[in-house]
Design a protein around this ligand. Sequence first.
Ligand SMILES: [Zn+2]
Ligand SMILES: [Zn+2]
Ligand SMILES: [Zn+2]
Length: 307
Amino acid sequence: MQIKGAFRLFRVAGIDVLLHWTWFLVALIQIQHRAQSYNSLAWNVLEYLALFLIVLLHEFGHALACRSVGGQAHTILLWPLGGVAMVSPPPRPGANLWCLAAGPLVNVMLAVLFFGVGLVAHMTGALVAHPDLAKLFTMVALINLVLLIFNLLPVYPLDGGQILRAILWFFLGPSTSLIVASIMGFVGVGLLILLALWMQSVWTGILCVFVLFSCWQGLQQGLAMLRMAKAPRHAGFACPGCGAAPRVYPAWQCGQCRTKFDTFATGARCPGCGALFDLTRCTACGQAHAMSAWPVRVPALPDSSGC
Ligand SMILES: [Zn+2]
Ligand SMILES: [Zn+2]
Ligand SMILES: [Zn+2]
């Protein structure tokens, strides 16, 4: 997957780890900003790399959990606001819940690990002779804890908000749960904005803009899903995977020109730019199949006219 401004760092277990160039910019600012906290700048660099590693492990938690339930996960993007695992779990609430919970679960395991190591170090006095190492260790453990708490805030699209949506999905269905979680996200972001003002934190402010934008998108997506659920179905087509007939609805979006269209009305061709798509994703089960596999083959009826 190509993302503008990002380059591939490495590939593990078939997952590309991409780094956005702005990450270096923010790393530089943050390392400079905390330059006085250690005896040498090398410790600041280590601290930032530890943050990078924690975020990476968290995203791998999402990606591998998504794979374990049969979903797709090929890309992890790291950028100044943290990380994004580009995952598409199967459209089931349980699969979504596991895929979402696995990220914060990694931080819980790290917290237990840090606590254990810290306890041993404290009892043996191992860190007393190395104040910089002790400071780094404390900071890294603290960063992990803050990330965990922050990720669990029930504000869409943070993990906590999406976990809330997956739980609501069991009771309200996919569209209404998304609408409710997005609206709750608007309330949550209001509180986050107050927090940003109180802390005078530019980063929290930027995050608020991102959350606001995502809540708006989530709300629009939920409303569109509701509308789609009311649309009639295409006769003559059925998903080769789950058998569901597709809706007569512009539920597909061109990855090149962003046009929304009904791929079963256009024969898998984007009406905006003319791009032809090899695979068509089922909106019911999430699997992708070639357009040629979708038409329902009606068995030929014996000719009854007799001529
Ligand atoms: Zn996460
Ligand atoms: Zn299907
Ligand atoms: Zn297009």
